[in-house]
Design a protein around this ligand. Structure first.
Ligand code: CTP
Length: 397
């Protein structure tokens, strides 16, 4: 599958370098061409001789070698993909801040191809605000990050920060070369799932949204190279690692979180089932049973989609969702114009297999320019692909 693919591999100084030897063996077995750059620290863990033997190519370590200059631009231009494995805390920091003091970094800053990074570090370092910020900076520039593993670490401690297993990296590369990367360097913000509006410390108002549709859209964008921020209401649905996920509970928290990330976004996709009303007062203590009925006074929540529509910038595409039970098309068109959205994805609870909790969905997309498209009942993953295809076409016509 990787036959003929030109993989430029950057190896930086971590104990996980030993795993990269297996990775190189596997990449060669898959038919890839592999050229390798090692930092000085990386060569302390495994020798360049091991890697040149495995890759059947010279290993590049120095910008200047025996009075000769290493042509970093040619190396960078040669590659279909730049893979950094393992990527240390220090190298990630330098990539993020523009420090260019070795051959590896000089090549990185001359690249014309996508970069995929497999970090490796100790659990405590992995959680440092500095690395979290540097990774986000690089993601915003289109760098793709592979997840780290959990388990035994070189320090003897156990936690997060292990470099992704070679087999997983090879699988990722296979998928990467198969799929279209039409959202590289795009920033996408997605809301998904229900919200919970507290009544008292033990009760809340919510709805049946599972978040599956919004999560499928987030994953589709991520696969296609976007930097994705998912603002997710309470759900047990798993989310692919690599997607920045912010868990929120109430409509108010969702509003604040989406607004926080909205200015930078190119695409805003509001798939959440946000509560329209929330209790005016949240009782501090559990409300005790008394009398035959109970009245709750509710107040309107802020409409996130509407607020985004009001301040929409010219580079932004705004997508809303509409789950309807009657007058579906009219209601969807009304939402499209009232909320200044570019697109409304509508589904009807009257269609069997559509809506809350199902793995399938039957959608109709209404565009601002009057176009409409209906899709058959399909998996939410397939529907997500159609939605993202639509958004791509809309942004480029
Ligand atoms: N929405 C939102 N914030 C809210 C309510 C809704 O961002 N407070 C968004 C939803 O995420 C969805 C769209 O608005 O993308 C439509 O939501 P929906 O509940 O179908 O419509 P409403 O505008 O709330 O109108 P109604 O409930 O009367 O159908």
């Amino acid at each position: 599958m990787l036959k003929g693919k030109k993989i430029l591999l950057g190896i930086t100084g971590s104990i996980a370098v030993y795993k990269t030897a297996f990775l190189v063996r596997d990449l060669i077995r898959e038919g890839a061409e592999v050229k390798i750059i090692m930092t000085k620290d990386a060569t302390n863990f495994v020798t360049p001789l091991t890697f040149s033997t495995l890759s059947k190519n010279k290993v590049h370590t120095e910008l200047f070698n025996e009075g000769l200059w290493e042509n970093h631009v040619l190396l960078a231009r040669w590659a279909d993909i730049f893979l950094v494995a393992p990527a240390t805390f220090n190298s990630i920091a330098k990539m993020a801040s523009g420090i260019c003091d070795n051959l590896f970094l000089t090549v990185y800053f001359s690249l014309q191809c996508p970069t995929i990074v497999a970090p490796a570090m100790d659990d405590d370092m992995w959680k440092q605000p500095a690395i979290v910020k540097n990774i986000q900076t690089l993601k915003n520039r289109g760098v793709i990050f592979l997840p780290v593993g959990k388990g035994e670490l070189a320090s003897g401690l156990s936690g997060e920060g292990r470099m992704c297993e070679p087999e997983m990296i090879v699988n990722f590369l296979n998928e990467f070369f198969l799929s279209t990367k039409d959202f590289i360097a795009s920033k996408v913000v997605i809301s998904a799932g229900p919200t919970q509006e507290a009544i008292d410390p033990v009760r809340y108002i919510s709805n049946h949204s599972s978040g599956k549709m919004g999560i499928a859209i987030a994953e589709e964008f991520y696969k296609r190279g976007a930097s994705v921020t998912l603002i997710l209401g309470p759900t047990n649905e798993p989310v692919t690692q690599g997607i920045t996920t912010l868990n929120v509970t109430s409509a108010e928290e969702m509003y604040n979180s989406v607004m926080n990330f909205s200015t930078e976004a190119d695409v805003l996709c509001m798939a959440a089932a946000v509560a329209d009303y929330t209790p005016e007062q949240v009782a501090i203590q559990k409300i005790k049973k008394s009398g035959d009925s109970l009245q709750l006074q509710l107040k309107k929540t802020r409409d996130i989609l509407h607020a985004l529509g009001v301040k929409k910038a010219s580079h932004q595409t705004l997508i809303g969702f509409a789950l309807e039970t009657e007058n579906e098309a009219d209601n969807a068109r009304k939402k499209l114009s009232e909320k200044n959205a570019d697109m409304i994805v509508m589904n009807s609870l009257r269609d069997t297999g559509s809506g809350f909790g199902f793995d399938t969905n039957k959608i109709v997309i209404f565009e601002k320019n009057g176009k409409e498209a209906s899709f058959p009942l399909q998996s939410k993953k397939e529907a997500a692909k159609d939605i993202v295809d639509f958004i791509h076409r809309y942004r480029h016509e």
